[in-house]
Design a protein around this ligand. Structure first.
Ligand code: AMP
Ligand code: MG
Length: 405
């Protein structure tokens, strides 16, 4: 039996996490605060889109029938500005100046841009070789969407196009999932804050800042941090308080087999139900995941800096998406830019630099660390790829899921 045979694979672990997390409550928020939020309602088109036959170039509008009958000179009868009700053309020998974004005047069915005409004494003379046809430079009503069409489904993550569509549908607020309150709780008696004096045998506390950074880069704002000693009673007391005030607790350290690795037993004591302990992966094998007494999402990530960051991106970020009710989307995949030998019989998370190769396009160049404590080697990398268990050699071009830092 291989080392990880009895343990879940990363895909199995992720599925268990997604299955077990509880959705966050729904709240109504103003449009300005919705970037990155996940819709908890559907959105239909308020009107046809465009809502009227819309002029797409600054120029003149007239009846194309007159052009087909040989007319090339049109007396300018007025100006159709954007935002004004439609004018009506009565004489086909006339035209209106028409501005981009204006409604197409009644009696007109085409627009010739200013670049293709000249105006002399109030008469527009159109270039003879202009290919005039009905609806030239007109974006016709309802072409993009019809009134009542479903534009955004529940579970859609709101980026720039979605926010524009919400506004266009006349919504100044929308129902979304609340932002999770996240506690990043580091553990370890050897750890010292960046601004404190440090002894030769102590270690700077860095995980908080890496994890916090990764989450804030993903739009999470309700982030708190605490540092806990390797003491069963203190851990229990402080974690109990954090469970009462947070939706998500991300612990680092204290989940391995060491004498001072109290995290799993403390969590169990606090009524956090263990769902996962250990995954067939390197780094991050000792990872712990459970659900708190009132549905809190609790991760115990291994303390080594590479392990905790990799596990955050591989499991915590998808868990947060699932809690927000986001529709799962296929992740980014990228070919390896060079062959790579996977030794352990465990899924392997390999740091990579994303580069452009003229032969292969965008590729992931292997940038292995010297173990899970070597976070210095992550400098200049873009993320990691997930490779299948070894021992095996993967060729250049092998397509792997990419997780960016
Ligand atoms: P642990 O998982 O608690 O056994 O920790 C594994 C290794 O990661 C130890 O060398 C710790 O000193 C280190 N480590 C744990 N937490 C942190 C942290 N917050 N920042 C930097 N290193 C850490
Ligand atoms: Mg520790």
């Amino acid at each position: 039996m291989t080392a990880g045979a009895a343990l879940p694979t990363p895909a199995e672990a992720e599925a268990l996490v997604r299955e077990r997390v509880r959705p966050l409550p729904v709240e109504s928020r103003p449009l300005e605060s919705l970037a990155g939020a996940v819709l908890a309602q559907s959105v239909r088109s308020e009107r046809d889109q465009p809502p009227f036959d819309r002029v797409t170039m600054d120029g003149i509008a007239f009846a194309s029938l007159a052009w087909r009958q040989g007319q090339r000179r049109f007396r300018v009868a007025g100006t159709q500005a954007a935002g004004h009700p439609p004018l009506a053309l009565v004489d086909p020998a006339e035209c209106f100046e028409a501005m981009t974004g204006a409604v197409l005047p009644q009696g007109c069915d085409c627009v010739v841009p200013v670049e293709r005409l000249r105006v002399e004494d109030g008469v527009a003379v159109v270039d003879d070789d202009m290919p005039v046809e009905p609806f030239l430079n007109v974006h016709t009503r309802g072409l993009d969407a019809r009134e009542g069409d479903l534009l955004l489904a529940r579970g859609t993550c709101l980026g720039a196009p979605e926010l524009a569509v919400l506004a266009s549908a006349g919504l100044s607020r929308a129902d979304v999932r609340a932002e999770p309150r996240i506690m990043i709780a580091t553990t370890g008696d050897e750890l010292v804050d960046p601004d404190q004096p440090i002894a030769a045998w102590q270690v700077r506390r860095s995980n908080t800042y890496a994890l916090r950074g990764a989450l804030s880069l993903r739009g999470h704002r309700r982030l708190a941090a605490d540092h806990l000693p390797d003491d069963h009673a203190v851990l229990a007391e402080r974690l109990s308080a954090h469970l009462a005030t947070h939706d998500v607790i991300v612990l680092t350290g204290g989940v391995s087999m060491g004498r001072y690795d109290h995290v799993p037993s403390v969590l169990r004591q606090l009524g956090v139900q263990e769902v996962l302990h250990k995954v067939a992966q390197r780094p991050g094998r000792p990872m712990w995941f459970g659900i708190g007494p009132t549905g809190q999402t609790v991760f115990g990530l291994p303390g080594n800096p590479v392990s905790s960051l990799v596990c955050l991106l591989r499991y915590v970020v998808p868990a947060l998406a699932a809690m927000a009710g986001a529709t799962a989307r296929a992740g980014e995949h990228i070919p390896l830019g060079a062959r790579f030998k996977v030794s352990p019989a465990l899924a392997y998370f390999l740091p990579v630099g994303v580069e452009y190769s003229s032969a292969m396009g965008m590729v992931a160049m292997p940038r292995p660390t010297r173990g899970s404590g070597d976070f210095i080697s992550l400098l200049g990398t873009d993320g990691f790829v997930e490779l299948p268990p070894g021992p095996r050699e993967l060729p250049a071009g092998y397509l792997a899921p990419l997780y960016r830092w």
